[in-house]
Design a protein around this ligand. Sequence first.
Ligand SMILES: [Zn+2]
Length: 456
Amino acid sequence: MLLNWKPHKLLALECWVRHWYRYGICFDHYSRLLQNNATLSPQGLQAFQNQRLQQIVREAYRDIPYYRDLFSSLKLKPEAIQSAADLRKLPYLTKALVVANFDKLISRKKRNFLCKVAKTSGTTGSPAQFVRSFEAINFENAAVWRQWRMKCQPGTRRITLRGEVVVPMRQSDPPFWRLNPANQELLMCGFHLNDQTAQAYLRQILDFQPQILSAYPSNAYALARYFRRHKISYQFEAVFTSSEILAPGVRRFIEETFQTQVYDWYGQAERVAAIAHCQKGTYHIQEDYSLVELIPKGPNFEIAGTHLFNAVMPLIRYRTGDWVRVNPGQFCDCGSHFRTVAAIDGRNCDFIVTPEGYHISAANHIFHGVANILEGQLYQEDTACLILKVVVGPGFTEEDRNRLIRNARENTSERMGIVVEEVEHIPRAPNGKFLSIVNRLPILDDAMESPAAASF
Ligand SMILES: [Zn+2]
């Protein structure tokens, strides 16, 4: 989530509101449920999934026009969907279908003022919106905390270092952090961490003595580099990462620097699938979070998921466009019956770097609000210049181009050189995946000095 910068008191208020949303009245109930599910037998787990699936399909058919029409066109009744295997009777849902049918996909009966709307970036088409119920937000956080409870409890001192603008972008002097008054969490601004500010960050961390680091992998990695560069040793109880791909070399570098283990969480704005590291460091599909289908695509698999807990806008067989690799027969001795995943290749983990040295990973909103862009990609070879590769529609104007340049400067740096390059087509990655950021900067030199990160 990206917090737009707010004055201190407003930020504090937002922290309390966010705290209430995350840990609301359903949180404890879901926490107990998920804790219990973790030890279910495969048969018990399947019974749980079927019961939830039947309920969500029944309600979707009853309350949501899109699904009522879909079932009618297929001459199906909700009773036809009793288990995950029955889902094959239904077609996949895509982001384009969600954009085209947004209003028809919402339960008017269940939508209320407590619901939140999440948006994806528009880099691979129109931005899509997803409505989450209050209960679903509680559920999401209970699911995250099932993983976190391996190492901490709510209230454990932690720092959060992500793509959140907690102080103004133009601010050049510390503090680049705010204390979340709702819990023992120091919100640190990932955007301001650079060569000039690193010492202030390190001093603050040593002073705050957090046990947990929660961060984007790129931010945790940058922080680890500064700890090494300044020859300061610090041990976290655990590092929790999410929202970007965790590359193996980056993981080892962070773990060695902070003498701890990194626990990664994969999710997406649609919240149709979650994959999390267990205490043994193995990725497990969170089978009671949603129903996950792995669609074979050559040697890899695309993730599709079906909500089990968001009745206001349930997504059924939603294709995420994210990819994983599996090792058939891979076994984890942590005791979980959840399927394992060898690696997540899904999204682009790259970030761009400003002339000041700020690392910015959540830069896709540069394309928000600019008309006539069919596809957009951020491309960087030099910290002084950012290239915006765009496939434009026929109505693209000089005003659209200028808006794009303004957006890019506002979201990166006034000093950033911006080049808009109109292209016919944006090439996909070897696995077919669209990359919203391509980073060709030689910025990983520090890591390469470490033998542990040699494979990065
Ligand atoms: Zn495991």
